[in-house]
Design a protein around this ligand. Structure first.
Ligand code: FAD
Ligand code: UDP
Length: 378
C-alpha cells in the first residue's frame, strides 16, 4: 500500500518522491510519458552519441545553497558556463546585453558610466514611471533602440502576443550588465550534470520505497493509479496542468509550446557555440541549439553534429505546455482553479504545470522541498 501518489516525474515530483521515501513513506510516481525527468529529460542521440535535450536545452543554475547541496547528492556538475549570442541584421552580438553588445551596436567605446548615461537618455520616455508591461520594462531597462533590435522581435516570435499585454517579469529574468561579463546567468552556481540529466534523475528514484509507473495518465479513470482510484484513500501531489485536472471547468489557461526541428549535419561544428538566438522577425525560429557544445569535455564525433531550431507557437490541448502566457484573463482563471483546488485538501498542486508558473529547475526543486517541509511532513 502506498502512502503518497506523485503525479509527474519532473523535478518537482522527483524531489517530493525522494524526500518522502527518505522519510520512510512508500511513494508511487506516475507519469504519462515513457521516461522520468519531465521537460528536463535528455537522452543520447543514437546516431552521434551526443546528449540531446528532447524538450529544449536545460542549463542548471542556482544561488540557493540548499538546492545546490541537494542536487549535488545525486550528480556532480561540469564547469560549463552558459553564454548566448544573438544574430541581428546579419551581425552577431553577445547576449544578454552587456558593454560588449552596447559598444558593438553603437559602434562606440564607452566605459560603464558613459554607457549608463547613454541608456538612461534613451530610456528617458519611461523616466519616473513604473513599467506596467514587457514593452515598458524593455524600454526602461535598455532604451528604445536596443529594445527594438534585440527584444521586441524575439519576444514577438516567442510569445505572439502584444508585448504591452505581457508581464514585465518575463524579461526581468534577463540581466543588463555594464561590464563585459557575458555570462547568461548571474547565479552563484551553474553547470551540467557530468553524466547527463537522466543518470541524475535515476539516482533520485533509486530507492526501495519508490515505485515508478510510466506511460500512465492519472486523469484516465481506467488507469490503475488514477484520480478515481486514489480519491479519499491516499494523498496526491499533482504536477500536471491544473486546468486539465478540473476538466477545464474555468476555461483553458494559455500556454506557449515549441516545435523543434531536429537536424544532424555532416560537420564537426555548425555554429561554434551552444545557443544562437535570432532577434529579427523575418527569421521564423527564435534560436538554434547545437548540443555538442554543452559538453566540450566529452569526445564527440568530429564529423557530425546535432542541432535543433525552435519555433514557438500558442499551445492547444494535446500540445506540450511549456511557457505560461499569464495574461490578466489567465490570472483570473488561475484564481478560480485555486479556489477549486482548495476544495480538494488531499490533492496538492505543485510544479510548473500544477501552479501555472514559470519555474526554473532550481525553483521547482526549492518549491518541492518546501511542500515536503510545510505540507506533506506534517
Ligand atoms: P515538468 O518537468 O513539466 O514535469 C511534469 C510531468 O508531469 C511531466 O513529465 C508530465 O508528463 C507529467 N504529467 C502531466 N500530467 C500528467 C498526468 N495527468 N498523468 C501523469 N503524468 C502527468 N529550467 C532551468 O533551470 N534551466 C533551463 O535552461 C531551462 N530551460 C527550459 C527550456 C524549456 C523549453 C522549458 C519548457 C523549460 C525550461 N526550464 C529550464 C524549466 C524546467 O523545465 C522546469 O523547471 C522543470 O521542468 C519543472 O519541473 P516540473 O516537475 O514542475 O514539471
Ligand atoms: N529575450 C529576448 N531576446 C533574446 C533573449 C530573450 O527578447 O535574445 C526575452 C524574450 O521575451 C524571452 C525572455 O527574454 O521570452 C526570457 O528569455 P530566456 O532566454 O530566459 O527564456 P527561455 O526561453 O530560455 O526560458
Amino acid at each position: 500500500m502506498t502512502d503518497l501518489v506523485v503525479v509527474g516525474a519532473g523535478l518537482f515530483g522527483l524531489t517530493v518522491a525522494e524526500r518522502m521515501a527518505a522519510a520512510g513513506r512508500h511513494v508511487t510516481v506516475v507519469d504519462r510519458r515513457d521516461h522520468i525527468g519531465g521537460n528536463a529529460y535528455s537522452e543520447t542521440d543514437a546516431a552521434t552519441g551526443i546528449e540531446v535535450h528532447r524538450y529544449g536545452a536545460h542549463l542548471f543554475h542556482t544561488s540557493n545553497a540548499r538546492v545546490w547541496e541537494y542536487v549535488n547528492r545525486f550528480t556532480a556538475f561540469t564547469d560549463y558556463t552558459h553564454r548566448v549570442f544573438t544574430t541581428h541584421r546579419g551581425e552577431v552580438f553577445p547576449m544578454p546585453i552587456n558593454l560588449g553588445t552596447i559598444n558593438q551596436f553603437f559602434r562606440s567605446a564607452l566605459g560603464p558610466d558613459a554607457a549608463r548615461a547613454l541608456i538612461a537618455q534613451q530610456a528617458a520616455e519611461m523616466a519616473g514611471r513604473t513599467p506596467a508591461n514587457l514593452d515598458e520594462q524593455g524600454v526602461s531597462l535598455i532604451g528604445r533602440p536596443l529594445y527594438e533590435a534585440f527584444i521586441r522581435g524575439y519576444t514577438a516570435k516567442q510569445w505572439q502576443t502584444d508585448p504591452r499585454e505581457l508581464p514585465a517579469s518575463i524579461i526581468s529574468r534577463l540581466p543588463v550588465r555594464y561590464s563585459y561579463d557575458s555570462r547568461y546567468f548571474s547565479d552563484t552556481w551553474e553547470g551540467l550534470p557530468v553524466d547527463g540529466y537522466t543518470a541524475w534523475f535515476e539516482r533520485m528514484i533509486d530507492h526501495p520505497r519508490i515505485e515508478v509507473r510510466l506511460g500512465e495518465d492519472f486523469l484516465d479513470d481506467g488507469a490503475e493509479v488514477s484520480r478515481a482510484s486514489t480519491r479519499g484513500r491516499v494523498p496526491v501531489v499533482f504536477t500536471g496542468p491544473v486546468d486539465r485536472y478540473f476538466g477545464y471547468a474555468e476555461g483553458d489557461l494559455a500556454w506557449r509550446t515549441i516545435d523543434f526541428e531536429w537536424e544532424t549535419l555532416p560537420v564537426g561544428d555548425f555554429q561554434g557555440t551552444s545557443v544562437m538566438n535570432y532577434a529579427d522577425e523575418d527569421v521564423p525560429f527564435t534560436r538554434i541549439h547545437e548540443f555538442r557544445h554543452f559538453h566540450p569535455e566529452r569526445t564527440y564525433p568530429a564529423d557530425r553534429t546535432v542541432i535543433a531550431r525552435e519555433f514557438s507557437r500558442a499551445a492547444v490541448r494535446g500540445d506540450e505546455p511549456y511557457y505560461p502566457v499569464n495574461t490578466p484573463l489567465d490570472r483570473e482563471r488561475l484564481e478560480a482553479y485555486r479556489a477549486l483546488a482548495a476544495s480538494e485538501p488531499d490533492v496538492h498542486f505543485g510544479g510548473r504545470l500544477g501552479t501555472y508558473q514559470y519555474l526554473d529547475m532550481h525553483m521547482a526543486i526549492a518549491s518541492a522541498l518546501s511542500m515536503v517541509d510545510n505540507v506533506l511532513s506534517r
